[in-house]
Write a protein that binds this ligand. Structure first.
Ligand SMILES: [Zn+2]
Length: 110
């Protein structure tokens, strides 16, 4: 059900940005580590957007690289190994900055 609440979030933000215009296309940034499926999000969108200005909007997904940050030296890098270490100081105290979520980048309205 995670995809449903995610889609509801995205729809809300899109509608807020659209004002009273009809949304034709929604551009989304999808982190490479995200496990949401594009077709599920479009499926939920078609369902919950019915009757709103976002009805029939086409979702466009762009894959974006994940980013990790080292908690010891603050280096930000793209993890290429499954168990990553900081490329600068080899620390394993890392935090994921982005890459496991889906964000709204922009919307096209008419
Ligand atoms: Zn480091």
């Amino acid at each position: 059900m995670h995809e449903l609440s995610l889609t509801q979030n995205l729809l809300e933000i899109a509608l807020q940005n659209a004002g009273d215009k009809r949304i034709v296309r929604v551009n989304l940034l999808m982190g490479e580590l995200s496990d949401e499926r594009e077709e599920s999000i479009q499926f939920y969108w078609d369902d919950i957007a019915k009757g709103t200005l976002a009805e029939k909007a086409v979702l466009h997904f762009q894959r974006v690289q994940a980013e990790m940050k080292c908690l010891d030296c603050e280096t930000v890098f793209h993890p290429t190994e499954i168990v990553a270490a900081c490329p600068s100081c080899r620390s394993h105290r890392l935090t994921l900055v982005s890459g496991d979520d889906v964000k709204l980048e922009s919307i096209d309205v008419e």
